[in-house]
Design a protein around this ligand. Structure first.
Ligand SMILES: C[S@@+](CC[C@H](N)C(=O)[O-])C[C@H]1O[C@@H](n2cnc3c(N)ncnc32)[C@H](O)[C@@H]1O
Length: 271
């Protein structure tokens, strides 16, 4: 349950977010290159307050603190860009930051009524395999804690799980050449099994084709020390047997017993 204080701080942060301050905070490389990935370990993260030994993002779960930090790092410089958010939900931080930095925010969300037609500069109905815009419309396309749900089986009674190859093809269709993507998602948490199992090679495989270049995956909070690891809450574990069907039982047991929640941020450029 979110406390009232937590919601107020979250809203305040979103209302007062400053592209200039984000540039100052995130302008230098904040990751370490390790084995082909970019590690953002808590101890080296610009959001870590070394004096207090805590994350300086004062609201949200440990995962949401990473989400907020990564949005600040990736979306503070959108001047003159057409930017599309897929699965925008109710979290306003990214759209506020994009607008404030001089970009145009457009959103699509499958939970909006179909009659709410998406238009440039507004939110409306759409989803990852139905982006209701012309080819090559956007400079940047992003999704916050959404991509892991596109292909999930839990809740399939309400909507069909999407095929990731089709989602990425649709994203590539509406992105301009040289345009970029940013998708963040939790690991060992919920959604499609490749995210629960932390199968980064499988996730990356969808971007290993002629449409994409400069593919990077940042690993946020995989190394959380000196902060505590964030264990998956009980309520997300109930979906694991529904989602996970392609991995050996030993690997699933290991993830269940030893896996703590961390986050990836996937970025790439359209060729
Ligand atoms: C956990 S919520 C995150 C919402 C918001 N981005 C945030 O960070 O709070 C996941 C979002 O993804 C959306 N979503 C789920 N499946 C989707 C799909 N196939 N295409 C687009 N959005 C989808 C959901 O409707 C929901 O808004």
């Amino acid at each position: 349950m979110h406390s009232k204080r937590d919601s107020l701080l979250k809203r305040w942060h979103s209302l007062t977010i400053s592209p200039k301050k984000c540039q100052q905070k995130w302008g230098k490389a904040y990751w370490k290159d390790v084995d082909g990935y970019r590690e953002v370990n808590c101890v080296d993260c610009p959001s870590f307050n070394a004096q207090r030994q805590q994350c300086s993002i004062g609201f949200g779960s440990p995962l949401r603190k990473c989400v907020v930090s990564s949005i600040e790092a990736h979306l503070h410089d959108c001047q003159n860009q057409q930017v599309l958010e897929i699965g925008f939900g109710k979290f306003m931080l990214a759209r506020n930051l994009i607008k404030r930095s001089g970009g145009t925010w457009t959103g699509i969300e499958p939970r909006r009524p179909k009659s709410e037609v998406a238009q440039l500069g507004k939110g409306g109905y759409g989803h990852a395999t139905y982006i209701p815009f012309e080819d090559k419309t956007f400079d940047k396309i992003f999704a916050i804690q959404s991509i892991e749900h596109w292909g999930q089986k839990a809740g399939a009674a309400l909507r069909e799980p999407s095929d990731y190859a089709a989602c990425f093809a649709e994203v590539a269709r509406v992105l301009k050449p040289g345009g970029t993507i940013y998708f963040d998602a939790p690991i060992h948490f919920h959604g499609h099994e490749m995210f629960i199992m932390g199968d980064l090679a499988k996730i990356q495989s969808y971007l290993m084709n002629e449409h994409w270049t400069n593919v990077h995956i940042e690993k946020w909070r995989e190394q959380s020390a000196p902060l505590k690891p964030y264990d998956p809450p009980q309520n997300v574990l109930v979906d694991w047997p529904i989602e996970i069907t392609s991995y050996p039982e030993t690997q699933v047991k290991l993830a269940r017993e030893k896996g703590s929640v961390w986050m990836i941020a996937i970025t790439a450029e359209k060729t």
